[in-house]
Design a protein around this ligand. Sequence first.
Ligand code: SPV
Ligand code: MG
Length: 286
Amino acid sequence: MLKRAYPSFRSLAEKGELVRVAGAHDALGAVLAEQAGFDAVWSSSLEVSAARCLPDASVLTMTEYLDAAANMQKALGIPVIADCDTGYGNNLNVVHMVHEYEAAGITAVCMEDKLFPKLNSFASGDQTLLSTEGFCSKIRAAKDAQATEEFFVVARTEALINGLSVDVALERSHAYCDAGADAVLIHSKSKTKDQVEEFLSRWDGRRPVVIVPTTYPDWHVDDIAKAGVSVVIYANQGLRATVASLRETFESICRHGDSTNLEDRIAAVSDVFELQKLKEWQKLDA
Ligand code: SPV
Ligand code: MG
């Protein structure tokens, strides 16, 4: 089938089982994540901007991020959760963002509590947070703007990224839930899971918790589930694999003068045709 139905992100989050999500920046990466067995795809601001060799620093516009997320969703039978940075500005931008993403068939968005323009969480530079009340106001604006009950808004706190304590992260997350957030994302750039684990041990379960274990990659998914996480996002492993693989492939061809020694390590053209659903398309003109 060329056009595929997909469940809402909310229906996955409410199942009570850990939701596994992979980051992507285009439909091809998103479909490969789905084929590998992921439950949902994270339309990553880092990936979408990196795919254009631009920094993840609110340089691209909402329309460009939406275009990327919508292209992924159109190709998938699983839902996209869209990384919407700060909501692209103030409350007015947040409302416009929710209208546009929901109309495009995206069932979940994530907003973070940094100032616009924001900088990627792992980059050195300004990681200043918006006031708690300011971000609660954005969450209320988002929740009031959604057209369907199903639409899911994740509130992401960057308190730990900013060097603040787990206490502050908890206080902010509680306030975001009171403002109507459907889940909270606790982000950390610590090399160990300790901060996130402490957050989880003190979390009362009032809403699902989302984590992004980029800098603490050794936390096994079974232990992540046991710690009380509802959604785990492998946000950029696909992008980093792409960089490493393309670099190796292109360098090898330049070095050897041909691609013979790569042939058994790279996908066949027939594999690419299958991802394109070429046969199904050809039937349309049979
Ligand atoms: C992204 O994938 O764009 C994220 C996660 O927001 S991080 O890059 O860790 O900030
Ligand atoms: Mg991002």
